[in-house]
Design a binder for this molecule. Structure first.
Ligand code: AQP
Length: 325
């Protein structure tokens, strides 16, 4: 059984990425599971090549520093020749109408048209690349949120169609709902998800932020004037977000975390200490890995070799069955 999850280097990893995904991958991952840094997915809109390279490397280091087995991690672009080939084969299996139905494409392309920014063809074809990511590795379970479930459904359709038309090459994957975890909100605007590519980072806690910076951002977190220290997400979203962060860091049920504080200031102090201590080992280990270029290169090359080896026979079979190998 292989579960497959990725994180896109569209910004530095946030506390949301860490508590909502990476920490769980490290603690609950099974030996066959795979995690990848989806840097090719970060190219579907305007980006800076140098920054993409640096972010992909830092995210890889974050994943390993968080305790994920290095052998289970790879950077997507290291498999570019294989993924490019498989994407083409799958594009020749996918109808235009199927790709055009993708809700995420419709939403993102509408937004870009409104902003008068060009819509890249890759934004349209990226779900097929995602299918190639999944099918190349033979993943059977892909934990995704609602916004990505349609893409996994497409991967499933393409795998079935190819297997039916040409012969069995692919494991048919399925989308699974990830276990409910903390959804961390922006400290400056608790109605928005804490996002690594947010335009304003004042309310975003990054895994690599130094303790002083974390302290300043948490001190400025938006709360309310009610002065009630209770967990009431609808009425007090800012306070509820702080309580959820504290609960996720301390392992206590969120409803129990509100007790024992005399003021919002005291709560913020406790959140600050908990976040600093939660992130400290990951930040320090990431820094060590980034400083040890040879070690990080070795981890990356090994992850790439293993992932490429894992996919090679599927790509070879797909090429042979499709009449091009
Ligand atoms: N705020 C969050 N709280 C809890 N979990 C979160 N995740 C992201 N933000 C939070 C989880 O982190 C994993 C990797 O995320 P991703 O990089 O693939 O996607 P994203 O962060 O949701 O990024 P988007 O939507 O592509 O926007 P950008 O790149 O602009 O930030 C996922 O498991 C996600 O649930």
């Amino acid at each position: 059984m292989t579960r497959f999850s990725g994180v896109t280097p569209s910004g530095n990893a946030t506390l949301g990425n860490y508590l909502g995904a990476i920490r769980r991958w490290a603690s609950e991952g099974r030996p066959g599971d795979l995690y990848f840094v989806s840097d090719l997915h970060g190219m579907t809109s305007a980006y800076n090549p140098q920054r993409l390279r640096v972010l992909a490397r830092e995210l890889l280091a974050n994943l390993v520093a968080s305790g994920i087995e290095p052998d289970q991690v790879f950077v997507q672009s290291d498999l570019l020749p294989q993924l490019g080939a498989l994407t083409w084969i799958l594009e020749c299996t996918c109808s235009f109408g199927e790709a055009a139905r993708m809700t995420q494409f419709k939403e993102k392309s509408n937004r870009r048209e409104l902003e008068a920014t060009p819509v890249r063809v890759s934004l349209f074809t990226y779900p097929v690349l995602m299918a190639a990511d999944i099918l190349l590795q033979g993943a059977d379970e892909v934990p995704v949120g609602e916004d990505q479930a349609q893409h996994v459904e497409l991967a499933r359709t393409l795998a079935r169609r190819f297997n039916g038309a040409y012969g069995d090459a692919f494991v048919v994957p399925r989308a699974v709902t990830p276990p409910a975890g903390a959804r961390i909100m922006d400290l400056a605007d608790p109605s928005r998800k804490m996002d690594k590519s947010a335009r304003d980072a004042a309310g975003v806690l990054f895994v690599m932020d130094e303790p002083d910076l974390l302290r300043r951002k948490i001190r400025r977190a938006v709360t309310d004037g009610l002065g009630r220290l209770e967990y009431r997400p609808a009425e007090q979203p800012g306070l509820a977000n702080l309580l959820e962060i504290l609960a996720a860091c301390t392992g206590k049920p969120v409803r129990e975390t509100a007790g024992g504080f005399g003021s919002y200031g005291e709560l913020k102090e406790a959140v600050t200490e908990a976040v600093i201590e939660e992130l400290r080992p990951v930040r320090e280990r990431t820094q060590e890995l980034l400083a040890d270029t040879a070690e990080l290169d070795r981890i990356r090359a090994r992850g790439a070799a293993l992932a490429s080896e894992r996919g090679a026979h599927r790509l070879a079979a797909a090429r042979r069955l499709a009449g091009v190998g």
